[in-house]
Design a protein around this ligand. Sequence first.
Ligand code: GLN
Length: 187
Amino acid sequence: MAVGVLALQGDFEAHGAVLKRLGAHVREVRVPSDLDQLDGLVLPGGESTTITLGIEREQLAEPLRAFHSSGKPIFGTCAGLIMLDREHLGIIDIRAERNAFGRQVRSFEAPLEMGLDGGPVAAVFIRAPWIAEHGPGVEILAEVEGHGVAAREATVLVVAFHPELSSDDRVHELFLQSVRDARLAAA
Ligand code: GLN
């Protein structure tokens, strides 16, 4: 199983380490041809304006949409959630609100119930977005203060926090399970 991590900016190395620990082959994605033969893709946290500029510079928007249309799972975390929303790549039917938790509470860690076996995940939020609006096909998996912070629509998974910064690998494992399922469905 080969999983790409968009490596234009942000904490792509930490994602790569988790994915390797879970047994995936990992490739850093910087140009469209890096997407060839991948089974899934992670869009990491970072700074969404910088990542947007990188996607424009490398002409990655259409190849990323085509990757999604071909049925390959995509996982966006924090800035990666923003990149996938209606106002950016348009790959999941949500509207993200950037830096939604306000200036005072920019960063925090909270136990978050996502319905995963083993109880709440330890979720690290860093100047995180939340999901301000979503379409009917989107399933909200977790909320903080009444706002969606984890969601899924078909093969797309997004979380507003940083699962790569905790030692709890269950959210990455949830994504890898969808990659395995998509591979089986395509075979
Ligand atoms: N605040 C950042 C942005 O809007 C996202 C923060 C993060 O990815 N940790 O791009």
